[in-house]
Unconditional design. Sequence first.
Length: 593
Amino acid sequence: MSVFDLLTMVGGLALFLYGMHLLSEGLEKLSGGRLEKILESLTNNRLKAVLLGAGVTAVIQSSSATTVMVVGFVNSGIMKLSQAIGIIMGANIGTTITSWLLSLTGIESDNLLLQLVKPTSFSPILAIVGVIFIMFLKNGKKRDLGSILVGFAILMFGMDMMSSAMKPLSQIPQFTRLFTMFTNPILGLLMGMILTAVIQSSSASVGILQALCSTGTVTYAAAVPIILGQNIGTCVTALMSGVGAGKNAKRAAIVHLLFNIIGTIIFMAVFYSLNALMHFSFMSQAADTAGIAVVHTGFNVAATLILLPFANLLEKLSFIIIKPDEEEERQARENEIFAKMDERFLSTPSFALEQAYSYVVKMAEITREALSDAMRDLFEYDKNTTKEVERKENLVDRYDDEISGYLVKLSSRNLSETDSRKLNMLLHSVGDLERISDHAMNLADCAKEMNKKEQSFSAKAIEELRIFSQAVLDIVDASINAFKTEDEQAAKTIEPFEEAIDTLQKEMKKRHTKRLRKGKCTAEMGFVLSDITNNYERVADHCSNLAINVMQLYEDDTHAHEYVDNLQKGEGSEFDRLYQDYLKHYELPIKHE
């Protein structure tokens, strides 16, 4: 083999790799994100996931790209790890389409039709059309199509150049002995792993192996273990994409590796055991491009068929390797919480509604706890309390999403008028409870900011704020109790309570302004106090909404709101009596300023 042959081989390899890159990139661009959306909307059916993974990979010509995409989806929470496993298995099958395309270069026949099927015959035409699309058309999609055509042509020219340059190698004894060494399954496996890990593409490394077959020195005894090693080596890309990602994303990459390692071990154990008994005659024969494609596809299909029923076991193994932390275990427990909102219960709407109701009650309790913790933080700051408020606020958000989604599905069922009213009450209530938890988080942030700046209120302001805080906590308790008991009369006491809290807020602001004028408080602390009281007032507003939601169980929307309007207009009425009682109960201390 001359220096020129070596340069031709290296140049052919460069063209081959660049052509594959151009082809894959063009196909991804042409898909316009549609493939990603298809993957995102994947169902839990593992067989569909396998077919989808195979289809997407066959289109973009890269199992690494598909797996990296899946790792990204798992990391962002778009896809569950259990869904990703099927796609990863399918990607290994889809990537074999490249080896079949490359096998067409090995066609040798005088038949005109077979000659036309040979890629080197039609690649020049594809290259010309592709270049015209890229240079003379402005349409982005057509230019992407041009990149695909040019990429395919370059890929095939590179493959042909490598094959031609490698043919003289068959005359070199040292080269022949090298591949005799790779007939050792372990060495062949390592060779395939290293080659693929370096170029980060199993399709490309299989293509290089197919080009080497043109020398006639690569037997199936050497080719089989190299192909198996190539499937393990391609996992490097996915493992690299998992670096810095979340634990579930790392597990997706680990599943990819486990699938190929376990599949390889099983395949080698069965294949070489049978070979020892039956002595496969083809093992000593020179491998050709089509034979490489058959082995490549056969292994991946067989590994998928064997391991697909054990997908859950692969998932468990990934959890053993990447152990869950406390946060993950907590999330797992939270996932179990929502198991009672089973879609199968939707066929019995009344029962499903009661299940949803019990979740809203629990959501209300967590919201109340978050608010109480945040208030305590205002007077005695503790960073652990702030973290607990944040955790509870996130949990309330989760409750909001899960319950709202379940109720929307339930609303399409045949509900009685009573159940329909209750469903509407629950839908409105989860929104109000979620907003109260948001205000709790705002209060925790105020406490954190004061602690960071080492600020504090005056003794008088703290005394007043404690009374105001208790009033807000009490209205939350009263509105939640009215909700839990569905007590219309209890709900009617909330509106005067909310009005009293509005009055308390105005009095708090008035007193702070006077302290500010006398220099007993700073303007900065005035802004903080205003933030706190505004959040308190909005919490009371949502408590009023909760009460109205309860009243709407017994009256329609218009009557409930009219009732509130009439309450606010009456003088010397029950509303006024309750309002005065609340003001007296939460009366601010007499000023000595």
